[in-house]
Write a protein that binds this ligand. Structure first.
Ligand code: AMP
Ligand code: TRP
Length: 333
């Protein structure tokens, strides 16, 4: 049987260069050709922190459109919106009965985000704690073998494996055990203004973040103003020179050349930034063009999502039904 792959993007902000280099590009170039792949706009996950309903709706459509614009092909893979398929929430509850409170409280992302929310005087939604269980349901419902994610998500995939193994041991073999996979370069694109933290779509200030839909002059400005390190020489030292290393990694991801080797080519930060900006623009140009075409034809995107949800539902239902039976729930006749 063909390998199954599942991955998702949360519609919590505009998609960034980090999303593209860390995830989307590989889904397009490799995963959809080599596997039976599903890619989802995981909108239920966007509700775990304070949110604006209209914005989530808008960003969900935009994320789906950008996924198609970047080259996901509905003839090769399944593109859908998570909330269109009930099986995710249905399985999540069963997995909540498999996971423990302690193991969820240990998740790094939960610890970081809950501390931040409390510091800002906000309440912490219960779904922020249970969110990795829903993510496990996303993955296990489809019997995914591989889950391509950035390194910040590997802990959640580990939890998914633990839950699958535990469920299988207790109730009989039901779930396939997935594993996380990571792209070889630019697995973690850092913020241009704060190169020790990742370029994330929900950062407060957008100055260090390249959005896939940023205008060309905005992209240039953000890269030219990127924080670099003290020193003059262009060297690749991610630990001690994170700003320059980040630029070299971005340029490397755009050109396919090794970051160390690229470091040797440049004598000034200015020249490195200029070439990085042009390389990023070149990379994004076809995506932006295709996005504009798709925006002009919203009926097409709706149709792709409708068919995708139908296909996803059919794939997920037998496994979720099996989990309901295995855990002891009476079948509905
Ligand atoms: P998120 O933006 O958190 O929904 O992430 C969607 C996908 O993009 C996940 O696989 C993330 O790990 C990946 N991703 C997000 N931001 C970055 C980044 N700055 N560098 C690399 N990968 C990223
Ligand atoms: N939690 C992931 C993120 O923040 C998004 C996600 C949700 C996901 N469900 C998933 C990724 C299932 C892979 C598989 O990036």
């Amino acid at each position: 049987m063909m390998k199954r792959i599942f991955s998702g993007i949360k519609p919590t902000g505009h998609l960034t260069l980090g999303n593209y280099l860390g995830a989307l590009r590989r889904w397009v170039e490799a995963d959809q050709h080599q596997a039976d792949a599903l890619f989802s706009v995981v909108d239920l996950h966007a509700l775990t922190v304070d949110h604006d309903p209209a914005r989530v709706r808008r960003l969900s459509r935009q994320a789906a459109t950008l996924m198609l614009a970047a080259g996901l092909d509905p003839a090769l893979c399944t593109v859908f919106v998570q909330s269109h398929v009930d099986e995710h929430a249905r399985l999540s509850y069963i997995l909540e009965c498999t996971a423990t409170d302690g193991e969820l409280r240990r998740m790094i992302q939960y610890k970081e985000k809950s501390v931040r929310a409390r510091a800002a005087g906000q309440s912490v939604r219960l779904s922020l704690l249970t969110y990795p269980v829903l993510m496990a349901a996303d993955i296990l419902a489809y019997g995914a073998d591989e889950v391509p994610v950035g390194e910040d998500q590997t802990q959640h995939v580990e939890l998914t494996r633990d839950l699958a193994v535990r469920f299988n041991q207790r109730y009989g073999h039901t779930f396939r055990i997935p594993r996380a996979t990571q792209p070889p370069v630019a697995a973690r694109v850092m913020d241009l203004q704060d190169p020790t933290s990742k370029m994330g779509k929900s950062h407060e200030s957008g100055a260090g973040i390249i959005y896939l839909l940023d205008e060309a002059d905005v992209v240039r400005k953000k890269i030219m103003r990127a924080v670099t390190d003290s020193g003059q020489d262009v060297e690749y030292h991610p630990g001690s020179r994170p700003g320059v290393a980040n630029l070299l990694e971005i340029l490397s991801a755009c050109t396919g050349r090794n970051p160390k080797e690229l470091a040797g080519v440049y004598e000034s930060y200015g020249a490195l930034k200029k070439d990085t900006a042009e390389a990023v623009l070149e990379l994004l140009r076809p995506i932006r063009e295709r996005h504009a075409e798709l925006v002009a034809d919203p009926g097409h995107v709706d149709e792709v999502l409708r068919k995708g949800a139908g296909r996803a539902r059919e794939m997920a239902r037998p496994t979720v039904d099996a989990a309901y039976r295995a855990i002891g729930l009476l079948p509905a006749g």
